[in-house]
Design a protein around this ligand. Structure first.
Ligand code: SF4
Length: 247
């Protein structure tokens, strides 16, 4: 049935008068995005995960005094597979980085990372320590940084509100998790724990730099060297320990 071109004009579409109260025509940006973002921003479930003293403040934030339930964030999940948010709350040691990246890879999209405190963002008081990484953003994409040592619960809440505002700006049309040609594109390589932490993304660069400064293997060098006969005449004499005589 042909529709008469009489009625309200909604963009490029003409809606007949008899349907004007029943049909709503809009764009993804105007209709779907606000609903989609509103539902996600008010139900962010963090993964139950703490690293050091900052985690105590994170736990306080979830208590009744600060009431994270106001933001729909009180449901800390015990598995990354049900979580949207990873709060890096504390000192990130090299030993823990492989585990943190593995947990992040197990979270479904869309997922977010909040770096809480000086340690997580840049090493904090342990920066340059032999066992501490100077920022989790070397290994994971961080959405919000919360400064402080430790940040107060109010500061963490402020960071969570900043995350909500970031979510408000996202669109279904451009969201990266719906536009992946390669489904493994968001998978981050798990670093290798060794003499020093190796980020697999930097492997080519590490190989190039290592080739510039070859390190001689001392065992092979010792095997390759011809053995010298001992200089018997100049050898130091062994001093026998003196033993006490009979009393
Ligand atoms: S930033 Fe301060 S409070 Fe937080 S984990 Fe580091 S040392 Fe502890």
């Amino acid at each position: 049935m042909a529709v008469a071109n009489t009625g309200a004009v909604n963009g490029d579409v003409v809606v007949p008068d008899e349907l004007a109260n029943n049909v709503f025509i809009g764009t993804i940006a105007k209709v779907l995005d606000p609903i989609y973002n509103w539902s996600r921003r008010n139900s962010i479930w963090p993964v139950t995960f703490g690293l050091a003293c900052c985690a105590i403040e994170m736990i306080c934030t979830a208590s009744s005094r600060y009431d994270l339930a106001r933001f729909g964030m009180e449901v800390f999940r015990a598995t990354p597979r049900q979580s949207d948010l990873m709060i890096i709350s504390g000192t990130v040691t090299k030993k823990m980085v492989p585990t943190i990246v593995r947990l992040y890879n197990q979270m479904p999209e869309p997922r977010y990372v909040l770096s809480m405190g000086a340690c997580a963002s840049g090493g904090g008081p342990f920066k340059e320590g032999y066992n501490v990484v100077d920022g989790i953003d070397k290994f994971l994409p961080v959405d919000v940084y919360v400064p402080g040592c430790p940040p107060t619960p109010q500061a963490l809440i402020n960071g969570l509100i900043a995350l909500q505002e970031k979510i408000d700006q996202q669109s279904i049309a451009t969201a990266p998790w719906y536009n992946k040609k390669d489904p493994t594109a968001g998978i981050y390589p798990v670093p290798v724990l060794g003499p020093d932490l190796v980020d697999l993304r930097q492997l080519d660069l590490i190989r190039q730099e290592a080739a510039k400064h070859p390190v001689e293997d001392p065992v092979r060098a010792a095997e390759a060297e011809p053995t010298q006969p001992p200089d018997v005449a100049g050898a130091p004499k062994t001093v026998e320990p003196q033993t006490a005589g009979p009393q």
